[in-house]
Design a protein around this ligand. Structure first.
Ligand code: SAH
Ligand code: SF4
Ligand code: F3S
Length: 472
């Protein structure tokens, strides 16, 4: 959840090191340090890992120089993401030379993709643990402590970590992410996720509602339900009626009217009218859909195995606008996929104009070993062309983001305050239902993070709305 309207992802989200705030430093015998890369799912998994490690007597630290265990939760989505992790590993090497007892573990998608090969390539790594193997961390740590290399990259068809209560890391105490499913059964030809995360499985609906209720009790005001393809959520408990995504959304929305609900990511082929009507029915389900298009050209979409056409996608956007007239829509876009022509690239630019995205994550194509595209198609668009096309896409998005924000000038929004604005402690920062960031001066009212306020927008930049509190 980046607060920039436009962000070129030529590398995965940078690693973030973090530790829970309220922790008694003497409670734990040993310290772990964890850094996360990639998508929100990975950040969410790190909170599961933290919970498992706490049980084992490991407390978190923000300083890797005092850690007994250093973990990198990694991403493989693009080559650059893996390069970033490798660079970070060489930085840890020095530390390990000074303190040979310190253990280094690679978790997540890169661990899964490279498996034991990673231990040959990166000699200082002690543990390689895939995304479905975190429950076995205690045993793996013991093994590594005896000087052996420890590996578990088994993928599971059942694991959802449903019963593990995540330890919220680096949390603002107001917004939290809740994993509702794992893996992905789609086979988008460019994508490594089905290989690194395994088969799709949905988490027990009761455990999801319990986790969200617990967050609300602790003062959280917003939950984001996470999955690679949330619309295919489907859970059947013994002797009970199945729960689909629309029904799950409703259950979470009913926890409390002042608990906001968001979700990510929707696949255009799977988002149903049912979901849209449920969004319309509940004020606290945020009017914002991340609907990655990837390309605006039907032939390219076919090569990508996205299973929808340009026209089908446009009809989906129309349907959203019809049922939810004030809904924000954002996208993911890939420039320069295999064999993409200039005309086909133009189709991507025009579908962006048609969809009027408020925001997009934009990438140039990066071939990933083992994917369908890597096996079937030549990565034949020169890098300079990919970059030029990406720049054109970014320019269109910048213009669309600014236009979208300008349209909001003069409107008043209900905003959930998340904290101080980055630039000034005299300003609050929050979001409206459409997920737009709004910055506004604190007034005399005794407000705090977690409060809802009405904010009148009088100005904007491409990335931010600027407003003032409307006093009742
Ligand atoms: N499950 C989500 C997205 C997962 S990955 C979905 O289906 O939309 C996030 C984004 O990374 C993708 O939407 C895609 O735009 C981008 N991406 C994935 N593989 C890529 C690759 N090989 N090269 C460039 N971008 C890629
Ligand atoms: Fe990757 Fe496609 Fe699955 Fe998204 S839906 S994770 S892009 S395979
Ligand atoms: Fe990266 Fe794995 Fe997420 S490849 S984007 S961390 S699912």
């Amino acid at each position: 959840m980046l607060d920039l309207a436009t962000k070129v992802h030529d590398e995965a989200r940078q690693g973030e090191a973090y530790a829970p705030f309220a922790q008694d430093p003497n409670q734990y015998k040993k310290r772990f340090y964890i850094e996360s890369y990639g998508c929100q799912m990975n950040f969410s998994d790190s909170e599961i890992v933290a919970s498992i490690l706490n049980e084992q007597g490991f407390g978190a630290t923000r300083n890797f120089e005092e850690a007994d265990l250093v973990l990198l939760n990694t991403c493989s989505i693009r080559e650059k993401a893996e390069q970033t992790v490798r660079k970070r590993l060489t930085e840890f090497r020095k530390q390990k030379e000074a303190r040979p007892g310190m253990l280094i573990g690679v978790l997540g998608c890169m661990a899964e993709r490279l498996k034991a090969k990673l231990l040959e390539e990166e000699k200082l790594v002690d543990m390689v643990v895939g995304p479905d193997a975190y429950r076995t961390l205690p045993g793996l740590i013991e093994e590594a402590e005896t000087g052996q290399k420890a590996v578990n990259v088994l993928l599971s068809r059942e694991e959802t970590y449903a019963d593990i209560s995540p330890v919220r890391l680096n949390s603002n105490g107001i917004t939290a992410f809740v994993s509702i499913m794992r893996g992905c059964n789609n086979m988008c030809s460019f994508c490594v996720v089905p290989f690194t995360r395994g088969r799709e499985r949905s988490r027990d609906a009761v455990s999801i509602v319990e986790e969200c209720t617990d967050l609300y009790r602790k003062g959280y005001k917003e939950v984001t339900l996470l999955g690679q393809n949330v619309d295919s959520y489907y859970y059947v408990a013994d002797n009970e009626a199945p729960v689909n995504f629309a029904q799950l959304l409703e259950k979470v929305a009913l926890i409390a009217p002042d608990l906001r609900v968001r979700f990510s990511t929707s696949h255009p082929k799977d988002i149903t009218d049912d979901v849209l009507f449920t969004m319309a029915k509940y004020e606290n389900i945020c009017k914002y859909i991340h609907l990655p298009v990837q390309s605006g050209n039907t032939r390219v979409l076919q090569l990508m195995n996205r299973t929808y056409t340009r026209e089908w996608y446009m009809a989906k956007v129309d349907r959203i606008r019809e049922i939810l007239p004030d809904c924000g829509i954002s996208s993911d876009i890939i420039a320069g996929f295999c064999t993409e022509t200039e005309e086909e690239h133009q189709d991507t630019l025009s579908i962006m104009e048609y969809s009027k995205y408020d925001m997009s994550y934009m990438f140039f194509y990066s071939e990933r070993p083992g994917t369908l595209a890597a096996r079937r198609y030549a990565d034949d668009i020169p890098e300079a062309t990919k970059k030029r096309r990406l720049t054109e896409i970014v320019n269109v998005q910048n213009r669309l983001s600014l236009a979208s924000n300008k349209k909001d000038i003069g409107k008043t929004f209900k905003v959930l305050i998340e904290g101080n604005s980055k630039r000034s402690d005299n300003d609050w920062m929050g979001r409206n239902s459409q997920n737009k960031v709004i910055v506004f001066p604190k007034n005399e009212q005794p407000l705090q993070a977690g409060n809802y306020v009405s904010v009148h927008v009088h100005d904007c930049t491409q990335a931010t709305l600027i407003g003032t509190i409307v006093t009742a």
